[in-house]
Design a protein around this ligand. Structure first.
Ligand SMILES: C[S@@+](CC[C@H](N)C(=O)[O-])C[C@H]1O[C@@H](n2cnc3c(N)ncnc32)[C@H](O)[C@@H]1O
Length: 294
């Protein structure tokens, strides 16, 4: 982790991966965020380190700051995200409740509008001392003023695995349900993380199922909009954005190898193209999208 653009960045930073829709940098998120224009991004999805002492590898700074410094660091990248979001654009932050209420206050202080605290079910945890059993992550959803886009996401009506019938009887109103499915609520119980190493791009980071960033993108953007995720990890957000035909900008400080592999696996045809439409969102436009820092 780091506080601001680190002094060690003195080289032009070239994307390590580009597709027809996206750009990935192997840099500190502050470097990439500071290269973006104010009011230029439709949606930010952020799943930062939780300060639980994880080793993200490859020299990434330690994930164990004291509370004050961790929050100071979070507020610094949140402020940068707020700066780059367009009026009506959105931010989603996936975090632990212990940090979520601080981050939500910071977003409100910076003028963002609260939309939802989405509870994302946490599986396979254990009780911790004299505390309740933790069972959810907080997924904060704020917008810069009135949202410019709000799409209703629908889920298939749940069926019994054995008899194939609807699980609920809907009080006799089944025929009035929207045939496209049920409205998404603010409680997501169907998004357990990809835990087994076989299904993860990188075994040592908490990789999300792409459906989590995917839903956020679908709710708050349209095809052709621009998504930023400052904490790449295994690249779930970038995969979702690519599948949903949104432009995306990403960065990962530790190692971007897993994201590159993921794109080689899923989007071989799109890799090594250039998202020329993204020139508009950078302050200092360069044809090859390299960022000049230092
Ligand atoms: C919780 S993981 C993100 C997982 C990701 N959402 C996924 O589903 O694959 C957080 C990531 O942020 C990266 N990271 C930490 N500090 C960073 C920084 N200052 N700039 C960019 N990436 C950073 C870590 O190396 C780690 O891979």
């Amino acid at each position: 982790m780091a506080r601001a653009v680190p002094a060690s960045y003195s080289r032009p930073i070239r994307p390590v991966l580009s597709t027809d829709l996206g750009l990935l940098y192997d840099a500190d998120c502050f470097v990439v965020l500071s290269a973006l224009k104010r009011d230029s991004i439709d949606c930010v999805f952020a799943d930062p380190p939780f300060n639980l002492g994880k080793d993200y590898g490859n020299g990434a700074a330690k994930d164990s700051l004291d509370t004050q410094n961790y929050l100071k660091w979070c507020f610094a990248w949140l402020d940068e995200c707020v700066r780059v979001i367009k009026p009506g654009g959105s931010i989603f932050v996936y975090t632990l409740p212990q940090w979520g209420y601080h981050l939500a206050s910071q977003l409100e202080r910076s003028g963002m509008l609260f939309r939802h605290w989405i509870a994302v079910s946490m599986k396979g945890t254990f009780p911790r001392g004299r505390k309740l059993y933790p069972a959810h992550y907080g997924l904060l959803y704020f917008t810069k003023g009135v949202p410019k886009t709000f799409n209703h996401v629908r889920l298939p009506i749940p069926k019994c695995r054995h008899c194939g019938k609807d699980i609920k009887d809907y009080g006799g109103h089944r025929k009035y349900l929207n045939p496209l499915g049920l409205n998404l609520t603010d409680f997501w119980d169907d998004t357990a993380p990809a835990r087994h190493s076989k299904f993860k791009s990188r075994w040592h980071i908490n990789e999300l199922k792409p459906v989590i960033p995917g839903r956020c993108i679908e709710i708050s953007t349209e095809p052709g909009d621009v998504i930023v995720d400052p904490f790449g990890g295994g690249g779930s957000t970038y995969e979702s954005a690519q599948r949903l035909h949104r432009y995306w900008i990403g960065t990962e400080i530790a190692t971007s190898g897993a994201i590159e592999e993921r794109f080689d696996r899923f989007f071989a045809d799109a890799v090594r193209q250039r998202p020329d439409a993204l020139q508009d969102v950078f302050i200092d436009t360069r044809p090859d999208f390299s960022l000049n820092v230092g």
